[in-house]
Design a protein around this ligand. Structure first.
Ligand SMILES: Cc1ncc(C[n+]2csc(CCOP(=O)(O)OP(=O)(O)O)c2C)c(N)n1
Ligand code: SF4
Length: 485
């Protein structure tokens, strides 16, 4: 702890070394966290930082921050940081600890995160006896999202989703995580503490340190539940909310130690190290590349294609992308296909990102497409700006909207739906557009496309129609764009 003291006033303050000196998130908050005054997260952070300092483990600590009000914990702790998806912190912590057994891994989670969406993760991590430390902040509510009921909300407590108070009939009883986990054999240490007054805070400080020290000693799974004030969502001032922890919350969630095998537990042997990636094919029995049905595999293809396909749900946007990706896969290339669609089952918008490459793919996101396949005008308007200079837009429409024109991008605008209708079914417009796209991605072998089509479309009638549609798309591209290519 670096500190400054004023002996004449007998006041000292300081910053644990495991906090950053300056927080980078916002200039105006470079020396303050984003937590509300009186928030228990701030107090819990401080005891965590002091424990890390005290145990001299800053350089090997990895903090897994959750989704919830503490989502920005990584801006404050000068340790290794990973931000996990909602509820998944124990799974991430497990992977981290197993792959880096020498690290000290701390999963920091709220009650929504741990006891609702992440309930399975915490139970299984505890049951496996993972050598991790879990700091569980129970403020009885989903705070970050404005105060919905949590599994730990007290009976009668009002929330946005229980405006008349939590009732046993509707929401069941508050979940007692420590008591539940204490039924398992594997955990080494389980304690519930509170931030209700200074005495409680002193005990909480000890518990947090002990839970981390257990991991330093290699003893196994430890969890500390901290009853923690949330003045903002509870609609109380900082002092009242602290008292509420002690006078009200504690009645439902009694403080105490629910399991402590610290003295008798033996240090765990670390989990066997994960095999090197290069060994995986042998372990999985897939050393030899499977024989591909088509003949073109041996040809070395040099390609790095980024495609965005967009349109209404029902236009075959995702299938177009899937066929492209499957064909790439069948041709022995690296591929990714990332669909994105709205919640509507019909008539919503949908789009997908497709990458086909001779090299490994770093990210499946296509932010600067080489080719945008826009199956309707809203999609064109949405993604036109993103096309890489020198790239292509294939647009399904009679006329390309003048205000979407970009001098640095090539365009083929045709009424692809009408074309598809003329050859047998308007629904094959996606395949006519795919045909045009394949003329741009000329390195993709036609037999890989044919194979992908058979594999994904299946119905012979549609395979036949789609094959004609693809061919028509290729012809149209050659007719209209021969000069530009
Ligand atoms: C998969 C997923 N579902 C839902 C959300 C919305 N969400 C964000 S924070 C949160 C609840 C957080 O509550 P809690 O874990 O109690 O933390 P607190 O904010 O109280 O500290 C939810 C439901 C999300 N971000 N991700
Ligand atoms: S809303 Fe509650 S939990 Fe979130 S920062 Fe404010 S006081 Fe803390």
């Amino acid at each position: 702890m670096s500190s400054v003291s004023f002996p004449e006033y007998e006041v000292a303050f300081g910053r644990p070394d495991s906090y950053y000196e300056k927080y980078e998130r916002k200039n105006e908050l470079s020396h303050a966290t984003h937590y509300c005054p009186g928030c228990g997260h701030g107090t819990a952070h401080k005891m965590l930082a002091e424990a890390i300092d005290g145990l001299a483990i800053k350089d090997r600590t990895v903090l897994i921050s959750p989704v919830g009000c503490s989502v920005f914990a990584y801006y404050y702790f000068d340790v290794g940081n990973v931000q996990a998806a909602h509820g998944r912190a124990p799974a991430v912590a497990t992977a981290m600890k197993r792959s880096h057994p020498g690290s000290i891994v701390i999963s920091y989670q709220g009650d929504g995160d741990l006891a609702a969406i992440g309930m399975a993760e915490i139970i299984h991590a505890a049951n496996r006896g993972e050598s991790i430390t879990v700091i569980f902040i129970n403020n009885g509510i989903y705070s970050m999202t404005g105060g919905q009921v949590a599994p730990t909300t007290l009976i009668g407590m009002k929330s946005m989703t229980t405006p008349h108070g939590r009732s046993v009939e509707n929401e069941g009883y508050p979940l007692h995580i420590c008591e539940l986990l204490a039924t398992l054999e594997a955990p080494v240490y389980i304690e519930r503490v509170g931030l209700g007054d200074n005495k409680q805070i002193a005990q909480a400080t000890k518990a947090v340190r002990k839970a981390i020290d257990n991991q330093v000693k290699g003893l196994g799974f430890s969890i500390v539940e901290i009853l923690s004030p949330c003045p903002t969502i509870w609609k109380m001032n900082a002092v009242d909310s602290q008292h509420w922890v002690r006078d009200v919350m504690e009645k439902t969630f009694p403080l105490g130690v629910f399991c402590d095998k610290t003295k008798e537990a033996q240090p765990h042997a670390p989990h066997p190290a994960a095999p090197a990636l290069t060994e995986l094919p042998k372990i999985l029995g897939i050393e030899d590349e499977p024989e591909l049905e088509h003949a073109t595999k041996p040809r070395k293809i040099d390609i790095d294609l980024h495609v965005r396909v967009a349109g209404f749900g029902g236009q075959g946007v995702l299938l177009l992308g899937e066929i492209l990706a499957q064909a790439g896969l069948d041709a022995g290339l690296h591929v990714s296909w990332l669909p994105s669609y709205g919640p509507e089952m019909r008539s919503g918008t949908s789009n997908c990102h497709v990458r086909v490459s001779s090299e490994s793919i770093d990210s499946p996101l296509v932010t600067l497409p080489d080719v945008l396949v826009a199956m309707n005008e809203p999609s064109l308007r949405k993604f036109d700006d993103s096309v890489r200079p020198g790239g292509w837009v294939l647009y399904n429409g009679d006329e390309f909207p003048a205000d979407c024109y970009r001098p640095d991008v090539k365009v083929l605008a045709l009424p692809f739906t009408k074309v598809a209708h003329e050859i047998g079914d308007a629904r094959a417009a996606n395949m006519v557009m795919l045909g045009a796209l394949l003329e741009i991605a000329e390195d993709l072998p036609q037999d890989a496309i044919d194979q992908a089509l058979r594999q994904l479309v299946k119905t012979p009638k549609w395979v036949e129609l789609d094959t004609r549609a693809l061919l028509r798309g290729r012809e149209l591209f050659r007719e209209k764009c021969a000069v530009e290519v």
